[in-house]
Design a protein around this ligand. Structure first.
Ligand code: ATP
Ligand code: MG
Length: 426
């Protein structure tokens, strides 16, 4: 039979590596708790129209990256979620959270997203995003809170040398005023821009500034900046966000070319970058989306959020050589010197497990020496040994693997002694 392989751009997260993921995910949840963001879980697929409307027809996501799913028995047009915000806002509207007394509504999500992209380091077709959304407040302090949360996450993980790039893309009115001047500039260099940019000019000219192509960047170097077209109110919002970031000592640089790929962003836009990550340097992106809730049929409520992927975080940690404090080993391996002790060992393992100690024993009839090897492979902190003598006098020999130190312990005290020793180590 031919072997069936994993789909391109996806990965199996195997035992030995999954511990890293569990650690990082637990830290994301704990951080969210401290900032008072509650978890929300929305479906992995949604109506295709949600993303067309909520992400925007002119974005890379909707133009080329969506995976549509179908079943011949149904004519529902469904798509695997390429990002989290649209689903969260759909749920917010559907559950009428704008009517809740607790405002703003602060939620986070942690789960897989799907995009048809060209796979490369840090870019997958299925990847896990951690994101937060705060809906219902226009306060610039919450913009800074969201940015701070993302930065703290990376800092607590041990990453260094990160920078926040910050911009304001203004309101729809600000952008309309900017647009005609931008178009005048872009039309002047139109024929020299890349094909993508040429088509962007008419549909979403701001995105031309975001092109990665070196030639396009040079040609648009002197294009009018959106920052020069902000209303007084938009400019004040931007200044206030900067003030709150400075108050928390979070360094940022203003990048007037930063425009998020998504159409619904207003005012604050930001990215968190790492200097040396290489081809994909952006770790996190986010911003305000004051038009989105109304666009999806809800009351006109402002919102802000970010999304980051665990894959890119792990890549960044690997590049900086950061070791996360994850231990894969078990607490105790129970070894037997005689087959007569098997049932006793089986009972002891059960006792240990109930006492909160992770424990295992041999299931392959290994000789004593091979059982010790197995204990090593499992990274056991202790091995409990039961032989003829121990069976007869109701004891167990407890060996600490790191030191080789051995101690005879009464059979009925093994669980308590181990639990206490392990607690002392922690
Ligand atoms: P890029 O310009 O790298 O394609 P993007 O603008 O599409 O990024 P967002 O939609 O803002 O990215 O997603 C937020 C974050 O999710 C990114 O900053 C990145 O960390 C991560 N991310 C996006 N696409 C992928 C992917 N295909 N694989 C892994 N992580 C991803
Ligand atoms: Mg992308």
């Amino acid at each position: 039979m031919t072997r069936i392989q994993i789909p391109r751009g996806t990965q199996d997260i195997m035992p030995g590596t999954v511990e890293l993921w569990q650690y990082v995910e637990a830290r994301a949840r704990d951080l969210s708790r401290r900032y008072n963001y509650q978890e929300i879980r929305t479906p992995l697929f949604e109506s295709t129209e949600l993303f067309q409307r909520g992400v925007g027809e002119t974005t890379d996501i909707v133009e080329k990256e969506m995976y549509s799913v179908s079943n011949p028995r149904s004519d529902d047009a469904l798509t695997l979620r390429p990002e989290g915000t649209a689903g969260v806002v759909r749920a917010y509207v559907e559950h009428k959270l704008y009517g809740q007394p607790n405002q703003p509504v602060k939620v986070y999500y942690l789960g897989p997203m799907f995009r048809h992209e060209r796979p490369q380091a840090g870019r997958y077709r299925q990847f896990v995003q951690f994101g937060v959304e705060a809906i219902g407040s226009s306060d610039p302090a919450i913009d800074a809170e969201v940015i701070a949360l993302a930065m703290r996450f990376y800092q607590e993980m041990g990453l260094t040398g990160l920078s926040v790039e910050l911009n304001s893309v203004g309101t729809l009115e600000d952008r309309a005023r900017h647009r005609e001047h931008l178009l005048a500039h872009l039309n002047g260099v139109r024929s020299e821009l890349c094909a993508d940019c040429q088509s962007r000019i008419d549909r979403n000219p701001l995105r031309v500034l975001d092109c990665k192509n070196e030639k396009c960047r040079t040609l648009t170097k002197d294009a009018p900046s959106i920052l020069d077209y902000l209303s007084d109110e938009s400019a004040a919002h931007f200044e206030a966000v900067k003030g709150y970031l400075s108050a928390l000592n979070i360094p940022y640089t203003v990048n007037p070319r930063l425009v998020r790929g998504l159409d619904y962003y207003t005012l604050t836009a930001f990215e968190i970058k790492m200097a040396e990550i290489g081809a994909v340097e952006t770790l996190c992106g986010g911003g305000r989306y004051n038009g989105l809730v109304a666009e999806l049929g809800g009351e006109d409520m402002p919102g802000i959020g970010f999304a980051l992927s665990i894959e890119r975080l792990l890549l960044a940690l690997a590049k900086q050589g950061v070791q996360l404090p994850v231990s894969g080993g078990i607490d105790c391996f129970v070894a037997i010197q005689t087959p007569d002790a098997k049932q006793e060992a089986f009972i002891l393992v059960d006792e240990l497990r109930r006492a909160g100690v992770s424990a295992d024993l041999d299931y392959l009839d290994r000789k004593m020496k091979a059982q010790f090897k197995q204990a090593d492979r499992l990274g056991a902190a202790y091995t409990a040994i039961i032989g003829e003598a121990e069976l007869a006098n109701g004891t167990v020999v407890l060996k600490e693997m790191a030191t080789g130190e051995q101690q005879e312990v009464k059979r009925d005290q093994v669980a308590a002694v181990l639990a206490e020793r392990l607690a002392a180590r922690a």
